[in-house]
Design a protein around this ligand. Structure first.
Ligand code: IPM
Ligand code: MN
Length: 375
């Protein structure tokens, strides 16, 4: 029996999570799993009504559970950054979910925006670091003269040879945000990427950075990549600058097997990667702490413009559910979901709006459940 925390969240979150839950329940009855869902109301609606975002008491409760199944967060009524930082990022950080695993796979039957690229050309993993880099939340905004504390911070930074291109005594608004990576934080994510390659028998790991400009932070990243990779002599390695990899994802996606990336670049390149696998409606992900509580969610956001219309594509969420079962060791049940999704996509009879069809959110979920009985 598994205890799963359910956080549907905002926008299309509730409708896609409903389908994901339905598919997992259908799989569970087939494979004899028992799932106890513990649903939480956190998100914009709850925040606007109560002022509460995500209390530590809930995180403590979830700490005893097996995983989190998460819909989406974000609402036009709330200033950007509040829900994202205080709900989603808070959870990633609290449980130290240091891996953001995003499989990029073009399924048969899914239209690909790249000319002449087929399912066999687009099938790789992005392993995104998930707790460091520019996501650590250290920074500030201030007017130099108005705020002495911040001025002090800036002076210290200035002495540390960080270039600040203005006169400190002038009253000008200033903002700074610090990116930081640690040796252990980098070692563990790169090691995970190599272990994944080994487990899946994939022979190349690509490291993403911008070590030609941000020489300190990504210089350390590179040193650690080289150190870790030396323990995997059978796996080919390469470095790629982040700007270049956006080009290569379009030009030759077939080259990639496992791509390991710092947090912020990983955020950006996985939206791009989602598009080449047929769009955000398909792109699944997991925030993983191999030793702790992990959280599974689609890459996409809450899509408030189409919320409540029953036209969103629940596939990314359903595939994230499969990743969750796989993570829990229910390999067969996870595979069954992926096979069912694959069948529905390749048949194309039931097809969501984003993929050019007109099936509803619920119809897509129902069709996947139907196919589950056949796989
Ligand atoms: C993602 C999202 C989040 C991120 C936001 C909502 C905080 O874009 O999961 O990719 O930047 O990690
Ligand atoms: Mn993102």
């Amino acid at each position: 029996m598994y205890n799963i925390a359910l956080i549907p969240g905002d926008g299309i979150g509730p409708e896609i999570i409903k389908e994901g839950k339905k598919v997992i329940e259908a799989t569970s009855s087939k494979y004899g799993l028992e799932i106890n869902w513990i649903e939480y109301p956190f998100g914009a609606e709850h925040y606007l009504k109560t002022g509460e975002l995500l209390p530590n008491s809930a995180l403590k409760e979830i700490n005893d559970m097996d995983a989190i199944y998460f819909g989406a967060i974000g609402d036009p009524r709330v200033k950007p950054g509040i829900l994202e930082k205080e709900i989603l990022l808070k959870t990633r950080f609290y449980f130290d979910q240091y891996i953001n695993l995003r499989p990029i796979r073009l399924y048969k039957g899914v239209p690909c925006p790249l000319k002449d690229k087929n399912p066999e050309d687009i099938n790789f993993y992005v392993v995104r670091e998930n707790t460091e880099d520019f996501y650590i939340g250290i920074g500030g905004r201030f007017k130099a003269r108005a705020n002495q504390d911040h001025l002090e911070v800036l002076r210290k930074l200035y002495k540390a040879k960080i270039q600040v291109d203005f006169n400190l005594e002038q009253e000008e608004e200033v903002a700074y945000q610090v990116g930081l990576i640690s040796k252990p934080g980098t070692q563990r994510v790169i090691k995970y990427a190599f272990e994944l390659a080994k487990k899946k028998n994939l022979k190349r790991v690509t490291s993403v950075d911008k070590a030609n400009v941000l020489t300190n932070i990504y210089g350390l990243w590179r040193d650690i990549f080289e150190e870790v990779s030396s323990q995997y002599p059978d796996i080919e390695t390469e470095f790629s600058f982040v700007d270049a990899i956006t080009m290569y994802f379009i030009q030759r996606p077939e080259w990639y097997r496992v791509v390991v990336t710092p947090n912020m670049f990983g955020d950006i390149i996985t939206d791009l990667a989602a598009m080449i696998q047929g769009g955000l409606g398909i792109a699944a992900g997991g925030n993983i702490n191999p030793e702790g509580v992990s959280m599974f969610e689609p890459i996409h956001g809450s899509a408030p413009d189409i919320a409540g219309k029953n036209i969103s594509n629940p596939t990314a969420t359903i595939l994230s559910g499969a990743m969750m079962l796989d993570h829990l060791g229910e390999i067969k049940a996870a595979q069954a979901i992926e096979d069912a999704v694959e069948k529905v996509l390749s048949e194309g009879k039931v097809r969501s709006h984003d993929l050019g069809g007109n099936s509803s959110t619920i119809e897509v979920g129902d069709e996947i459940v139907k196919k589950l009985k056949e796989v």
